[in-house]
Design a protein around this ligand. Structure first.
Ligand SMILES: *Cc1c(COP(=O)(O)O)cnc(C)c1O
Length: 374
């Protein structure tokens, strides 16, 4: 392999190339909104919801203000009460547990699998108590957790399952799409997620008519009609302008998913067998859309700073499991969930986007080889 030019820094997520590729349709979509002027709940929101519900393969999609808001509204629609318990993983972004706590609920942390960083389904049943209301698996890095056994456990105990699909929109599990696999699927359109808008946005997915109706009301202050407040809600709508951006980006989303899988496979081939590095396992009954392209490395701090000096940006998702964060320490003992602590010490995310070209990817690989050899 040629050692490519190591001068100019690479973007961690290349939103610029995507913008240039979709320039005309993004501008046309935005212009249409500026012309009709319906900035709140304009026709683009409904159009997007219809498209995405069809894509995921469920009856209902509800566009909301963010992925965090999606989790909040999903639990409000389930009528989560103070003291109710929700089983989830501590190895995730804070929003997952944050919304449980905000509603007065208690996150019950269950450890993750060493090779996938996804919730260990075999540990869930032991964590169920009479207060358990829901299980919230996180489809971390773009790979769905083991939803079949999780759904079976939930059915046995009468629990809801809320998939935090913020990093996995478009991923497949046993022939079906992420976010359409359980009671609720909650995704995020934060710019760097697999399907991203130009600000904050998110969506909820369900096949349950009553839950969908509840969520539609909750996102507009609990209104069942104009100024008819049947329940307590939030201001949680998706902006029309963001829906317009998403409609434009959705035009080539299937292509982007394919690119992400190919780039992920290529990283796997180019990095396989390097000393000091281990790859994430992708299970045979699913794929990964690489919301983050994450590997395990020894001596992460050194590798990361060596890569930085070679112009390759990296990130750590996440440096600490939530039960080691001050805001969530009360919910779990420090020694609990040891695998989450172990993986938190070695995970490293590399540049990934649908527009990452061969040459740039080779540059990342060459830099990583040099960093690991130091
Ligand atoms: C990004 C993310 C969220 C929150 O989504 P926002 O749109 O930023 O509110 C929640 N959970 C996980 C796992 C995420 O990666």
């Amino acid at each position: 392999m040629n050692v490519p030019d190591l001068a100019a820094p690479l973007p961690f997520t290349d939103l610029r190339a995507q913008y240039l590729a979709l320039h005309d349709s993004i501008h046309a979509r935005l212009q249409r909104v500026l012309d009709h002027g319906q900035y709140i709940m304009g026709p683009e929101v409904g159009e997007l919801e219809k498209r995405l519900a069809g894509f995921v393969g469920v009856r209902h999609c509800i566009g909301v203000a963010s992925g965090t808001e999606a989790l909040l509204i999903a639990m409000m629609a389930l009528d989560l009460k103070p003291g109710d318990e929700v089983i989830t993983t501590p190895f995730t972004f804070a929003a997952t547990a944050e919304m449980i706590v905000l509603l007065g609920g208690k996150p019950v942390f269950v450890d993750v699998e060493t090779d996938t960083c996804l919730i260990d389904a075999t540990l869930i049943e032991a964590a169920i108590t009479p207060r358990t209301r829901a299980i919230m698996p996180v489809s971390l890095y773009g790979q769905v957790g083991d939803m079949a056994p999780i759904n079976a456990i939930a059915a046995r105990h009468g629990l809801a399952v809320i998939e935090d699909a913020a990093q996995s929109f478009g991923a497949m599990y046993q022939g079906r799409r992420s976010a359409g696999l359980s009671t609720w699927g909650a995704t995020s359109f934060f710019p760097s997620k697999p399907l991203g808008c130009y600000g904050d946005g998110g969506a909820l997915f369900t096949d349950d008519d009553a839950l969908a109706q509840a969520a539609r009301e909750i996102r507009v202050h609990g209104q069942s009609g104009r100024y008819v407040h049947t329940r307590v809600g939030v201001g949680g709508r998706l902006d029309t302008l963001q829906a317009a951006v998403l409609l434009a980006k959705f035009e080539r989303f299937e292509w982007e998913l394919q690119r992400r899988r190919e780039i992920g496979d290529r990283y796997g081939e180019l990095l396989a067998g390097l000393p000091g590095l281990k790859m994430l396992t992708i299970r045979g009954d699913r794929d990964c859309v690489w919301g983050q392209y994450t590997v395990f490395v020894e001596d992460r701090a050194e590798v990361q700073s060596a890569l930085q000096s070679l112009g390759v940006p990296t990130a750590v998702h996440y440096p600490k499991p939530l039960h080691h964060q001050a805001a969530y320490a009360a919910f779990c003992c420090a020694q609990c969930c040891p695998v989450s602590q172990t993986v938190a010490e070695s995970v490293l995310s590399l540049p990934m986007s649908a527009d990452l070209g061969h040459v740039d990817q080779e540059r990342v690989v060459a830099a990583l080889k040099r960093a690991l050899a130091r």
